[in-house]
Design a protein around this ligand. Structure first.
Ligand code: DGJ
Length: 349
């Protein structure tokens, strides 16, 4: 029966031909006809291909499978490559009913390694740590290196702290990575129990924070006490942008963005980037990544977000929307039911 169903799915796909547009919020099948499982994901461009890494939630919430990786040459059609980091390759606490979220991968040109960072947690979200894994190939297998809280800093610890930040360092949850033009890499993450965002420069191997960590020099507290998560950084005309969401679990909320001339700040709040109906919930989605749009000139980007389905997380959808930074350095996200990259030659020229 299962074989028949997948044969039918493949033949339906075959009849439909390759995909040539994005349909935000719809089921997005891979080239085998199965819904793409790459939630909280991020993209890496390497040797003419994009790789999409994300949480495989086919078996439901928590880390039951690991981090999946898909590849594409056109961003519309995605081939499932592998489980890049298998759930059994992270420490036991983070398998099965543990948490392995928002994986992101950078390529380190000096070491020639692919480096994956992720948010690891126990099911109660009190471990709140980073995980780091490396691989010689973009499709893995990634080898788990260590679990860390990159920064230890006295921000005025809360009296009762179930996350033990005084002893163990500032918490690490929703995260992203950013590779700057000068080859230096940064991790952005919700810290201080999600109250404050941290941006931390990584060491030359991208496997940990630059040491010694010096506040204002190698790392910074940004969006202080603003309770933001789901950071999605990008850069345009020498300025850094960061889209974030509020913290409301799996339920969507209003996005915000901030801009800075220096990645370590100061960051200026620019308000909500979304416009039109459902802007107040970011079109029922939550940011995960921003990708420079290919072949579209400077300032063209794709906003990538997750439309979580809290009751059946495996059915969560993806919301990808195009935007262009305007002359004043502002951005606007608008809902579109369907669109393709030609939009950057017409409406978003
Ligand atoms: C919101 C985060 O952005 C998600 O990645 C996930 O951790 C959920 N919270 C869990 O409630």
């Amino acid at each position: 029966m299962k074989i028949l169903v997948s044969l039918l799915a493949v033949s339906a796909l075959w009849a439909a031909g390759p995909r040539r547009e994005f349909t935000p919020g719809e089921v997005w099948p891979d080239t085998d006809g199965n819904p793409i499982q790459a939630h909280g994901g991020g993209l890496l461009r390497h040797k003419g291909r994009w790789y999409w890494y994300g949480e495989d939630k086919a078996l439901g919430n928590f880390n039951r499978t690991g981090v999946a990786v898909y590849s594409s040459k056109d961003l519309y059609n995605w081939k499932r490559e592998a489980i890049a980091l298998r759930k059994d390759d992270v420490p036991e606490l983070f398998r099965d009913h543990g948490v392995c979220e928002r994986p992101k991968v950078l390529y380190n040109r000096k070491t020639r390694k692919f480096v994956m960072w992720m948010h690891l947690d126990d099911r109660g979200y009190a471990e709140a740590s980073a995980g780091v894994a490396v691989s010689d190939s973009p499709t893995g297998p990634f080898r788990f290196l260590h679990q860390i809280r990159p920064i230890h800093y006295d921000f005025g610890y809360p009296e009762k702290d179930r996350t033990n930040q005084r002893e163990r360092g500032s918490t690490y949850r929703d995260m992203n990575l950013f590779l700057d033009d000068d080859g230096r890499a940064y991790a952005f993450y919700a810290s201080e129990d999600n109250w404050t965002m941290y941006v931390v420069r990584l060491n030359a191997e991208f496997t940990g924070p630059e040491a010694p960590a010096v506040l204002g020099r190698t790392w910074a507290r940004i969006l202080v006490r603003q309770m933001r998560e789901a950071p999605a950084p990008f850069k345009h005309k020498g300025r850094y942008y960061l889209i974030t969401s509020g913290c409301t679990g799996w339920n969507p909320n209003r996005a915000g963005y901030a801009v800075a001339g220096n990645i370590l700040g100061p960051w200026t709040d620019m308000g909500d980037p979304s416009a039109g109906p459902e802007a107040e919930t970011t079109f029922r989605s939550q940011s995960t990544f921003v990708l420079p749009a290919p072949g579209a000139g400077k300032g063209a980007f794709i906003f990538m977000a997750d439309r979580w389905m809290p009751k059946s997380l495996q059915d969560s959808r993806y919301v990808w929307l195009p935007f262009r930074v305007d002359a004043a350095g502002r951005i606007e996200l608008k809902w579109r039911t369907r669109w393709d990259l030609n939009i950057f030659k017409s409406e978003l020229k």
